[in-house]
Design a protein around this ligand. Structure first.
Ligand code: MLT
Length: 406
């Protein structure tokens, strides 16, 4: 008899964004004449940068000729892309990361979800609240939690991120082994300073813990004083893994390309307390379960670092940030307390009521889709998240309708 992994039974019914899609699909079916504006899931709406398209076309042409054709590439990614990433995203900012510490993949969601499998099943995992649900759910699937009770999984220390701490959590009160951090934050849009990240790096060093740092939204940072990578913090090479994505940076949500940085100095421990390089473990896992991102897509990602690509990515992210400003200003003018939207495409709004009720009100009365904050955790109850990923025209129209509905 084949038994199931019963940890799956602990999971809440379904993935947040699937629940929302179902609700929106039902609303669409019932109201075929309503023009729905989607500011829910953080999916980009504008075309890929021209430099990426040009590079992808060229690579596709290479694949059409026997002489230039490429089959399986290196699982970790082609050197041309790993070198471009190391130079531009890290070394240019004084972060000591080399190309062979970069693992190119098909997405940060997969990497953030898969990374936990190289660590012990009894590892204590600290999860921020509110949080991108992938971190929590994948650890529940792996058996690192107890059952769901009062809106939280037992046995997982939660790190409250609230208005009181500007959405940057305090250190845990009990010892933990794995710590998820995400800045600029999804869903709150909050950012963390170098000093705040240093507190976490110091904690991880003292406790032989490891930080899983999700920097998927780094391209939206405009404040020069904010760190863009955890490796800008002294000592982080020993205790942190970083996730980056081309999805929000350059519109690759449908194209799929991301990368994970695992420094060679980064250690985890076996049951006898011996230090083991995490790089070797992740490399082993990656080579066994992944066969590389397609060549044309890696060429498109490389083009992000060309002079034209950099200018186009700036223009693209500036465009969404202009939407974020419009949303911020409107919601403030309507009297709401908000966070995010300045170095982030997400605006986190305290509705003063129930998250799902507010979500339903905006859907039913304004035909605008948002994301209910309670779907990101207990601390998100009462909030909604509005995403800036849409056209200026749609965002302006959505704000007019929201104002009317409220
Ligand atoms: C979100 O809306 O939180 C993200 O788009 C989800 C994702 O990146 O998978």
């Amino acid at each position: 008899m084949i038994n199931i992994n019963e940890n799956y039974n602990k999971l809440q019914a379904s993935y947040l964004f699937s629940d929302i899609s179902k609700k929106v699909a039902a609303f669409e079916a019932a109201n075929p004449d309503r023009d729905i504006i989607k500011l829910g899931i953080g999916d980009v709406t504008r075309a890929l940068p021209a430099a990426c398209i040009e590079a992808m076309h060229k690579a596709v042409d290479e694949m059409a000729s026997d002489g230039d054709f490429r089959g399986y590439g290196p699982e970790q990614g082609y050197d041309f892309l790993r070198n471009a990433i190391a130079t531009n995203d890290f070394q240019s900012r004084g972060a000591d990361i080399s190309a062979d510490e970069i693992f190119v993949s098909d997405g940060s969601k997969c990497d953030c979800g898969n990374i936990q499998e190289i660590f012990a099943t009894d590892a204590k995992v600290a999860i921020p609240d509110p949080v991108y649900p992938v971190y929590t759910d994948t650890n529940v699937m792996a058996g690192r939690s107890g059952t769901w009770k009062d809106g939280r999984y037992q046995g997982m220390p939660y790190l409250d991120s609230t208005a009181a701490n500007n959405y940057v959590p305090a250190l845990p009160e009990e010892p933990v082994d794995l710590i998820y951090l995400c800045f600029p934050n999804n869903p709150t849009g909050a950012t963390a300073t170098k000093a705040q990240l240093k507190t976490w790096v110091d904690y991880a060093k003292e406790n032989k813990a490891l930080i899983l740092f999700d920097a998927a939204y780094v391209a939206f940072i405009r404040d020069e004083d904010l760190p863009q990578s955890i490796y800008e913090i002294e000592g982080a090479r020993e205790v942190a893994i970083e996730f980056r994505s081309f999805s929000k940076t350059a519109g690759f949500t449908g194209t799929r390309c991301a990368y994970t940085v695992v420094p060679k100095a980064c250690m985890a421990y076996d049951s006898e307390g011996n230090a083991q390089p995490v790089h070797a473990l992740w490399n082993r896992r990656h080579c066994t379960k992944f066969n590389g991102v397609s060549y044309p897509v890696q060429r498109a990602a490389e083009a992000v670092y060309s002079p034209e690509g950099k200018a186009q990515v700036k223009e693209l992210t500036d465009y969404y940030l202009e939407n974020a400003t419009l949303i911020r200003e409107k919601m403030i003018s309507l009297g709401y307390q908000i966070a995010g939207g300045e170095n982030s495409p997400y605006i986190w709004i305290n509705t003063g009521g129930d998250s799902w009720e507010f979500f339903d009100k905006l859907l039913n009365e304004a035909s605008v889709v948002t994301t209910p904050g309670s779907g990101f955790g207990a601390c998100g109850q009462g909030y909604i998240r509005i995403s800036a990923f849409n056209s200026h025209k749609n965002v302006k129209e959505a704000l007019t309708r929201i104002e009317k509905a409220l």
